[in-house]
Structure formats: structure tokens, C-alpha cells
Ligand binder design. Structure first.
Ligand SMILES: Nc1nc2c(ncn2[C@@H]2O[C@H](COP(=O)(O)OP(=O)(O)OP(=O)(O)O)[C@@H](O)[C@H]2O)c(=O)[nH]1
Length: 636
């Protein structure tokens, strides 16, 4: 495809945030595998601001160590990879403090990014999830995709920003408008700049942690929640809202998921707020003067700081300018609502789209049809149908009232409007909005808790039935499978075979090479068994160095072949280290269900007898228990 055909993608090629000057030279020099610390330190020295910031970083990491005083010492202490990432990060902060994208708030972006940087670093270090400088850069650049979109598409992105989208709407709107989104852009840039892949991947889920597919509790999973928690902290500090109570409980919930208790978490947040302010001074990034997390929580929750109605937004649309003005002044000054007005009902819908009011007052003094149309339009859109629409009727006769309700209004008031009546009705609606928002929050919290519970139940169930060393089914799960196979075989009179495998002289492997090697040998044998088993077979660790393979629909003859194949596979796959190989063999017993076998215990007793016969027969061989007799099949 001709790239010029799409001006947006053409611009993308060269207009992205990138390091310049000394930082760029450092990044280029670091690509040379023979570069020395001295060469990098010399470059660092040529930029006094960078030297100062690296010294600060090097000294902050080294509690109790002698303070470093020179660029060379700082580079030595931090390491080349850290210096590279920090130089990149600082350069981006310096270069992109402002830009062309009119409605993109560059100051807020960096303030937020810096708070995320310190949060990811501090919490990540506390949770032992990575190296401090890598975590810092990862946090700082975790949303660099937003800056990239503002840089690459200043006009289009400015239009998106002007719409005041909710965070959860931003991604899809970016994709619609730009055919990409900030998460994809962040991913692309971080890969290009060489941040560690192990940090970049989990970062993709920092806004939507519930979408991650990592196993619960793994490092990757914890990194997802670490970056999500850092995002919540930064949002809480920098975007206080009337939903503070909800955000605080969300913060607690996520901190709890990461195993942080309340006081530990509060202390850590206070500490990172202090460091955020210090970094703000050093990087000339504007930060908020926040004293402590506890104080913030309190002030955000104090009713006098957040009047009960300040959050409630009303759009007043009507052609009678004087009346609109009177109503607006009353709602804004007396009722403390956030208001917006228009005298043109044609504009009202597009204004509603931007302003996202909780209520729309439409005045029917002009042709009633325009108010009715506005109401129909509001009620027919997904995004606006929940908005409370009140029509102010010039004439409250039966015909007009019915027509208004037919159009979908939620309420009507006759003119002249009694302002206190209007207020009372809007108050009732505000209460309703509050209750439904609280219900949604509770619902979300409950679903999160239910999801947690379901996950921990799953984990419990899994660990109750799984051998932790080999991840095979354990004895308990094996017994359950045996019972199922037994009942199916008795019902349908179909055969099933059980093969018992015991590693030969395993004790001496432990004695000679140590238990860790012994463990590895057990894992190797279990992998080998899984490879040899059919899809419908169950391989389980029966105990110690003994395994059981339960094979439905397998007759004795085929079972004996399979046992022999297993024996050979184990014998042909030694455990190898750099210095030596350990040759492993196993003895195997096999029995097939037959109607003369009275119980599972008897079946297990028979397979045991076969196994001991194989051991007595010289090991590394298969013995069969059939027709009340035991026979060694083959001695290797
Ligand atoms: N490394 C390791 N060793 C284990 C584990 N479970 C059991 N063992 C060891 O397995 C060894 C089994 O030894 P024995 O029962 O004497 O059997 P063996 O040495 O294989 O001898 P034969 O079966 O007669 O060939 C013991 O030393 C146990 O301590 C485990 O999970 N890891």
C-alpha cells in the first residue's frame, strides 16, 4: 500500500517522542558491546543536569554506602543499562514539557508519569519485583503512548482530549480516530528503546488488570497489579473526584491482592509522595503539595470539600434567553450544580455529548416539536438514554403533558417555573444517581471479590489434587480417576490397565548427586511419562519415586507394549548436566481390570506384586500380573 495514501501513518514515521543530545549519544554508544564505563561517564559529564540527576539517583540507592561524587562513580554504581534508561527518561521529560497538541495537558502528563515512576519503583522494590532504575523508567514511561499520540497526531488527539472522555472510553475512541491506541504505542516505543521485555509485557494490562492471562501470583501477574496500583495512586492524587471513597477502597483491594497490609501501604505511599516532590524539583516537573496519604484521604472525603451537589451537572436548553439565565443562575449559585446553557436546542445534543450532564432541562417555549425532538434524540442514544430529561411546559394542558411523556421525558414542570420545586425534583434525581452509582460500585467490588474467591477456590482445588514438584495429578486425584475408570469398566465391561513405574536405585541418585538433582530426575521422568501416555490416560505421582499411569480402554497386551515403550523411553533419556550424565532406569508392573478383580485395592495389590517382581527380576524391566500370576516380560 502506498504510505502517502494515509497522511496519519505517514506522520507516524517521524513524529514520535525521542531522546536527543547527550541521551541519544548514550543510547547509541550503549549499543556497542565494547563500550566502557569511562566512555559513558565522559558523555554524562558533558551534561551537568544529567550528571546531577544520576548522582542523585546513585546516592538514593545506596543507603549506608559512601556517597558518590563523580559521574564515573555514578555510572559505575548504577550500571550501563540503568544509565541508558535514566538518560532516556530524563531527556524525554526535558524535551516534551510542552507541545502542539492543544488540549493535551503536558504538565499533568509528566506529573502523573513521575508519580507512577516513583510508585512502581518503591512498591516494586518492596515486593522484590525488579531493579529500582528499571522499575522507575518503566513507571515513568508506562503511558508514554499518550504523549506519542499527542505528538504524532496533535490535531486529532486534541479533539479527543477536548471531549473529556472517561479513562475506560479513551482506548476505543483512540482506535476509532487514529487506528491505534496509547497502549500499543507505549509497547512499540518501550520495545524500541530497549526496556526489559519482562516489564513491557505486563504493562499492557495496567489499565485492565482483569484481562491478564498470567498465572495467579506469578511475577508477571504481580507486575500487572503493581503497575495498576501505581496508576490508581497517581489517579487518586492527581484526579480527585466525587468517587474518592470508591477509589480508596479500590486502592485497598489491589494493595491487598499484592499482600500489602494497610499500614505498610500507607507508609509506603507517604514515602513515595515525598520522593515524588523531590524528583519534581530535580526534573522541573510540577507536582502537587500533598502532605500525606492519610491527610489526602481525609480531605477528599470531607463533605465541605466536596459539596453534596457540586458533582451534579445540568444542561439548560431553551429559546427564552432570560428564563434560561434565571434558571441557570439559581441552579449554579444557589443549588451549587455545575451548569451549561444553550439557547439553541439544535446545539443541545452535541453539547450534551461533550458535557455529559446528569439532567437536561428543555424549555418548550419555542415550537414544542424541537424540545420533543431533543428529548427523543437523548433517549434514543446508548450513551445518553439514562440522562434525566425534564421539559418546562408553557402550557400544561393534558395534550402537551401526554405528548411530552410520549417523547420520553422523565418529568414536566409548568411555566412559570417554581425554582424551589425545580430544585426539589433535581435533588431527588441526584439522590437516585448517587444510589445507582453506589450500587454499581458495590456490584463491581462484589464481582471483584467473587472473582478473587473463585480464583482462590480454584487454586485450592488445584493444589489439593496436584503434586507440587511435577505438576502431575497426585495420589488423591489418581484414586479418584481409578474409581471412575473402575465404575465405567464394570458398567460397560471394557478393559482398563494400570501401569506402575518405580525409578531404580533412586536413593543412590539422591545420595550421590543431592536432593535437588533427585528432584530434577523426578521431573524428567514425569515429563517422559506424559509424552508416552495417550490423551485419555492419567499420569500421577503415586508417592516418592513411584508413578501410576491409568489407561482406559487398554487391554493387557497393548498395555504391556505401552509399559515396555515407557521403560525404553526412560532408559534412553539420561539426566544431563554440563559435567556429567546420570543414566536412569525404572521397573514397571502392569495389571488389567478383569471381572475376577474384586476391588480397586485388589487391583493395586496386583500391580504392586508385578512391580516387585520386576525389581526382583533385575530392575529395568516390565512384569505383568495376569490370571492370578506374575510374569516378567523382558529383562534388558
Ligand atoms: N529428591 C527427592 N527424593 C525423594 C522424594 N521423595 C522420595 N524421595 C527419596 O526416594 C528414595 C527412595 O528410595 P528407596 O525406596 O530405597 O528406593 P530406591 O533407592 O529407588 O531403590 P529401588 O526402588 O529398590 O530400586 C528415598 O531416599 C527418598 O528419600 C522427592 O520428592 N525428592
Amino acid at each position: 500500500m502506498n504510505s502517502n495514501a494515509n497522511p496519519v501513518s505517514a506522520r507516524r514515521v517521524y513524529k514520535l517522542p525521542s531522546p536527543t543530545g547527550v541521551a541519544l549519544s548514550i543510547m547509541q554508544l550503549c549499543e556497542d558491546e565494547h563500550v566502557t564505563v569511562g566512555q559513558i561517564a565522559k558523555l554524562v559529564q558533558s551534561d551537568p543536569a544529567l550528571t546531577g540527576r544520576l548522582l542523585k539517583q546513585a546516592n538514593s540507592l545506596a543507603e549506608g554506602l559512601r556517597p558518590v561524587m563523580s559521574a564515573l562513580e555514578a555510572v559505575n554504581r548504577l550500571g550501563l543499562q540503568s544509565v541508558r534508561l535514566l538518560a532516556l527518561s530524563f531527556s524525554l521529560v526535558d524535551q516534551h514539557g510542552r507541545g502542539e497538541c492543544e488540549h493535551f495537558n503536558y504538565t499533568l502528563f509528566w506529573s502523573h508519569a513521575l508519580l507512577m515512576a516513583v510508585a512502581v519503583k518503591n512498591l516494586g522494590e518492596m515486593l522484590k519485583l525488579g531493579m529500582a532504575d528499571e522499575l522507575f523508567s518503566c513507571g515513568l514511561l508506562s503511558r508514554v503512548g499518550c504523549l506519542a499520540l499527542a505528538t504524532a497526531y496533535p490535531v486529532e488527539y486534541s479533539a479527543l482530549m477536548a471531549r473529556g472522555l472517561k479513562p475506560q472510553e479513551l482506548l476505543s475512541e483512540e482506535r476509532k480516530a487514529l487506528d491505534t491506541d496509547h497502549i500499543a504505542m507505549t509497547d512499540r516505543l518501550l520495545k524500541q528503546w530497549g526496556l526489559p521485555g519482562a516489564l513491557i509485557e505486563p504493562l499492557k494490562f495496567h489499565e485492565t488488570p482483569e484481562a491478564n492471562t498470567y498465572a495467579h501470583g506469578t511475577r508477571q501477574w504481580r507486575l500487572v497489579y503493581l503497575t495498576h496500583l501505581s496508576l490508581l495512586i497517581a489517579n487518586f492524587v492527581l484526579h480527585p473526584s466525587n468517587e474518592s471513597a470508591f477509589h480508596i477502597s479500590e486502592l485497598r483491594l489491589v494493595a491487598g491482592k499484592l499482600g500489602l497490609d494497610e499500614s505498610e501501604f500507607t507508609e509506603c505511599v507517604d514515602d513515595l509522595l515525598r520522593q515524588w516532590r523531590a524528583w519534581g524539583n530535580s526534573l522541573s516537573v510540577q507536582v502537587k503539595d500533598v502532605t500525606s496519604f492519610a491527610a489526602m484521604k481525609e480531605s477528599q472525603l470531607r463533605p465541605d470539600q466536596c459539596p453534596e451537589t457540586q458533582w451534579f451537572k445540568v444542561l439548560v436548553a431553551g429559546e427564552d434567553a432570560q428564563m434560561v439565565d434565571v434558571i441557570n443562575t439559581y441552579l449554579r449559585d444557589e443549588c451549587k450544580y455545575e451548569t451549561l446553557t444553550t439557547n439553541n436546542s439544535q446545539d443541545a445534543l452535541s453539547l450534551a455529548l461533550k458535557f455529559k450532564p446528569h439532567a437536561v432541562l428543555t424549555q418548550g417555549s419555542g415550537p414544542l416539536i424541537s424540545s420533543t425532538r431533543l428529548c427523543q434524540a437523548i433517549k434514543s442514544n446508548d450513551w445518553s438514554q439514562h440522562i434525566y430529561v425534564m421539559m418546562l411546559l408553557e402550557n400544561d394542558d393534558e395534550h402537551h403533558v401526554v405528548a411530552a411523556f410520549d417523547a420520553g421525558v422523565d418529568d414536566c414542570l409548568p411555566q412559570p417555573v417554581h425554582l424551589r420545586c425545580l430544585h426539589a425534583r433535581l435533588q431527588a434525581q441526584a439522590r437516585y444517581v448517587r444510589i445507582s452509582e453506589a450500587w454499581e460500585r458495590d456490584h463491581k467490588r462484589l464481582s471483584m471479590a467473587a472473582e478473587d474467591l473463585a480464583q482462590s477456590n480454584q487454586r485450592l482445588q488445584h493444589s489439593a489434587l496436584t503434586d507440587p514438584l511435577t505438576s502431575l495429578a497426585n495420589r488423591r486425584a489418581g484414586l479418584h480417576t481409578l474409581a471412575q475408570a473402575w465404575s465405567s469398566a464394570s458398567r460397560k465391561s471394557t478393559p482398563f490397565s494400570v501401569i506402575s513405574i518405580d525409578i531404580d536405585h533412586f536413593k543412590s541418585i539422591n545420595d550421590v548427586h543431592g536432593h535437588l538433582v533427585g528432584d530434577d530426575v523426578l521431573k524428567l521422568v514425569s515429563e517422559c511419562l506424559q509424552k508416552q501416555a495417550r490423551k485419555e490416560d492419567t499420569v500421577c505421582r503415586w508417592g516418592g519415586e513411584e508413578f501410576l499411569v491409568i489407561c482406559p480402554n487398554l487391554e493387557l497386551r497393548e498395555g504391556a507394549y505401552m509399559a515396555e515403550r515407557i521403560r525404553q523411553a526412560i532408559a534412553q533419556q539420561p539426566y544431563t548436566t554440563d559435567s556429567h550424565s546420570i543414566y536412569i532406569t525404572a521397573s514397571l508392573g502392569i495389571v488389567t481390570w478383569d471381572s475376577y478383580v474384586a476391588s480397586i485395592e485388589q487391583l493395586l495389590g496386583s500391580v504392586d506384586q508385578a512391580l516387585y517382581a520386576a525389581k526382583r527380576g533385575g530392575r529395568n524391566c516390565v512384569a505383568v500380573h495376569a490370571k492370578q500370576q506374575v510374569r516378567v516380560l523382558k529383562v534388558a
